[in-house]
Design a protein around this ligand. Structure first.
Ligand SMILES: Cc1cc2nc3c(=O)[nH]c(=O)nc-3n(C[C@H](O)[C@H](O)[C@H](O)COP(=O)(O)OP(=O)(O)OC[C@H]3O[C@@H](n4cnc5c(N)ncnc54)[C@H](O)[C@@H]3O)c2cc1C
Length: 481
């Protein structure tokens, strides 16, 4: 019997898990994918929004700025990359100028620090590669970038070291109310809990419906993103935002925390909650928009692309409340700025639990930080030599593009990576120019050896994404070799 079970290990579930692990509660998280962070939280722009975007009178507006301010400390404690690169929201048409003024006022009244209007001269000085047709820009120095999956891994590792029980590959199939408790069925066993926190992202309405707590519907809105060659690293140094559209923040230019530039996302309402395909039309829209802002960027520079799905609710705002079913809470409809807001959403939910059902007593010992993976590429030559001397696996380069060693891959596997994506997103092996062309087979060997499983069981991101097929019917003949 658990006091609290969290359903869904996206950034929201992971942030809830870490926050709740501060207290004396028996806590578990059930995630349908093989690893945490493999839903929308893996496929977003990685921006910690500056704090001034979301409208007042909404939960988005309430949590954007307060969430923004928590990420610097979190990144230090959980050892993931975090860069305060600032943002420029640009106006290219006269009619957009008023939007910039209004946004500045909104930010100033919320207490967002450092907002400043820049004219063409300052814009050209700071960002010489931007179009010369830009009339004005609103500079917001508080905007930052992270790798969202690293944040998920860090949060969950910290929660685990403080007592969380994590069950990946455990999709919740049904929930029954049994007197004061819930019985939760998954294909790999059932669980009982007093309180359920439903953080199932795109499927939060399905999970709520299992127990009669569905008071909202979710529909997916796709966003395609395009990662560019390192050759274009530094083409812009700030996040570049156009004036937004009715459904999204528009197509952005994003200097990612690791250096390469990314462009996107699109915003397309679709029906299929599993459709992560990218498209020619998506690419055409993204690059047409980006060229208007930064003419030197071209689709030929794309090294990889992906799509993420926003979980859009009818209200278009976050849904964070007690449901009509006692002790069942929905944390749903978490669109942008959901990543930014995640740490503060977690404390908000915990205060709700405290006010309602749960007695929360702090643990006497709670460890806020984790060690984090070693980063050979970032070490000085002296530190590299010392690392190799201590552990010869640092002397084996696995990923040439990103200079990732066997020691780092083994660290990732030891800390929960079960798939090629799990390794890639923890230590960057396979993330460079060749996108795994050279290192995939070596990574597969290391994963297979660690788990003592055949290569045919190694997947990119869980069942259905196997890399090689075992053909029992083919026996190689001597002459074929
Ligand atoms: C293209 C794009 C760009 C974005 N950019 C930004 C940005 O730059 N900054 C920002 O602040 N926000 C951004 N967002 C929004 C942000 O990504 C989301 O708000 C956030 O990731 C939502 O997290 P979540 O935990 O609610 O959902 P998810 O990450 O989807 O997590 C839900 C989890 O629940 C699991 N699950 C589902 N059903 C079940 C079940 N039955 N049993 C068990 N587990 C289940 C899923 O597998 C998943 O892991 C962006 C979103 C998109 C799509």
């Amino acid at each position: 019997m658990y006091d609290v079970i969290i359903v869904g290990g996206g950034i929201i579930g992971c942030a809830l898990a870490r926050e709740l692990s501060r207290y004396n509660v028996r806590l578990a998280l059930l995630e349908k994918e093989v690893e945490v962070g493999f839903g929308t939280s893996k496929t977003n722009s990685g921006i910690i929004h500056a704090g001034h975007h979301s409208p007042p009178g909404t939960l988005k507006g309430q949590f954007e700025w307060s969430g923004n301010q928590l990420w610097g400390d979190l990144a230090k404690e959980l050892k993931f990359g975090f860069k305060h690169i600032g943002e420029l929201l640009i106006a290219q048409k006269r009619e957009d100028l008023q939007y910039l003024e209004n946004l500045k006022k909104q930010g100033d009244s919320r207490g967002v620090t450092g907002l400043e209007m820049w004219g063409p001269k300052r814009i050209q000085k700071e960002e010489p590669n931007l179009s010369h047709t830009i009339l004005k820009a609103l500079h917001a120095p508080t905007a930052a970038v992270i790798n969202p999956y690293e944040a998920c891994f860090g949060l969950i590792e910290c929660a685990k070291q403080n007592g969380l029980e994590l069950f990946c590959d455990h999709p919740v199939q049904s929930i029954k109310r049994e007197r004061d408790n819930f019985s939760i069925a998954t294909p790999r066993g059932s669980f009982r809990a007093r309180i359920i926190l439903n953080a199932a992202g795109l499927f939060a309405d399905h999970v709520a419906a299992m127990v009669g707590a569905k008071t909202f519907s979710i529909s997916p809105r796709k966003g395609e993103e395009y990662l560019l060659d390192r050759r274009l690293q530094g083409i812009v140094t700030h996040l570049i935002f156009p004036t937004p559209t009715a459904t999204s923040k528009g197509v952005l230019i994003i200097p990612t925390v690791d250096g390469p530039t990314m462009v996107g996302p699109t915003a397309e309402d679709i029906d299929d909650r599993e459709d992560l395909s990218t498209s020619y039309s998506g690419a055409a829209d993204v690059f047409a928009a980006v060229r208007k802002t930064c003419p030197a960027i071209s689709e030929r520079d794309t090294i990889t692309e992906f799509a993420g799905l926003r979980a859009v609710s009818e209200s278009n705002d976050f849904i964070i409340k007690r449901s009509p079913v006692k002790n069942f809470y929905n944390i749903a409809g978490i669109q942008s700025p959901g990543l930014t807001a995640a740490p503060v959403i977690a404390t908000y939910v915990i205060n709700m639990l405290r006010d309602n059902d749960l007695s929360l007593v702090k643990k006497q010992t709670w460890k806020a930080d984790i060690d984090g993976p070693p980063r050979f590429a970032a070490m000085s030559p002296k530190d590299r030599k010392a690392a190799i001397h201590k552990d010869s696996a640092f002397g084996q380069i696995v990923c040439r593009c990103e200079l990732v060693t066997e020691a780092e891959v083994l660290y990732a596997i030891k800390h929960g990576a079960r798939t090629l994506d799990g390794v890639k997103f923890r230590v960057r092996a396979g993330m460079g120019r060749c996108q795994g062309g050279f290192c995939t087979t070596r990574l597969m060997d290391l994963l297979a050896q660690a788990d003592e499983i055949p290569l045919s069981e190694i997947t990119k991101r869980g069942k259905g994404s196997e890399i090689c097929i075992q053909r029992h019917d083919i026996i190689p003949k001597k002459d074929d070799r």
